[in-house]
Design a protein around this ligand. Sequence first.
Ligand code: ZN
Length: 378
Amino acid sequence: MFKIIKEGVGTLARCTSISTKHGIIDTPEFMPVGTQATVKSITPKMLKEIGTQIILANTYHLYLKPGSKVIRKAGGLHKFCGWDGPILTDSGGFQIFSLKATKISENGAYFPSIFNGSSHFITPEDSIRIQEELGSDIMMVLDICPAGTGSYLHVADAVDTTTKWAKRCKTSKKNDNLLFGIIQGGIYEDLRLRSTEMICEIDFDGFAIGGLSVGENKADFHRIMSYTAQLLPRDKPHYLMGVGKPSDIVESVNMGIDLFDCVMPTRNARNGQLFTKHGTVSIKNSQFIENFNPIENSCNCYCCKNFTLSYLNHLYHTHELLYYTLATIHNLQYMHNLMMTIRKAIKNDNFYEFRRLFYRKIDQVPSEIYGLKYLDIQ
Ligand SMILES: [Zn+2]
């Protein structure tokens, strides 16, 4: 199910392929997030046109609404939402443990619904059963994800419970879809090492680094990402959870990460922030009122081929629904093109050079292109 296609030169970056029941994923790849079984404002057909290989859906939300039993009766998540490619589901852990009212017991977690406040209890076995009912191609173990500022003792506790729960998840799995383990350990290297050793011993189909991009500072992010990525077994897929900022992706690919997900490209699109090769621009700006160029001349997306910055600025300010669709298409196309360029660079043995140019470009942002100051998103 996992093949290394090409290893980079002078880098840990690699091109791999992951086989699932709904298709093969070429990595490094970014997964758009479809929290409620939909990537907000665009259709599965549009995702296919962009070139998206795999989407992520959130178990926490789908368990609460419409419920995994409804989705199972509908024929599974793929049929329910009209996406026939691979789907990765998270375990619900990240959402559950980010809620203040959640209480952890040895056996599982008590948590409230974000929809109506009702109380729920989930065990590691429940999480796997729900993900199996959804028909997920890549399932994740139920883990405890402490905040990036969590104390050593608190994080150590989370590492131990995460390991116990990971074993229970593996044991309770009934189908032959893929199951990934999750490494925790916060910003503490010894805890990351302990977590990696214990989780890798359980032998999952792939390994994820969790608990990063959750409030720690940038230096800690890079230190822990690089440290942990190098500990992962090379013969399994590596997934960095919740990370999608282009500059973080390029650096993480360099350390051997294969899969990424984040709401940022789609959420930022809806908030008026559009990605370009030179940084992010805000479509709200009045300087776009009479700019009849596309977001980017070189972009091959449906939005850039057919619409201007002026029109997008108008749609944004008049709260037209089409704005959300067009902006999302563009930002996801940007992510897709970035990942394609990364894969090509690795295959051509010039990822090292690509990375050097990528950072030089965003360090020297030509802010005069649009006569604007770029936001600090890259
Ligand atoms: Zn575009």
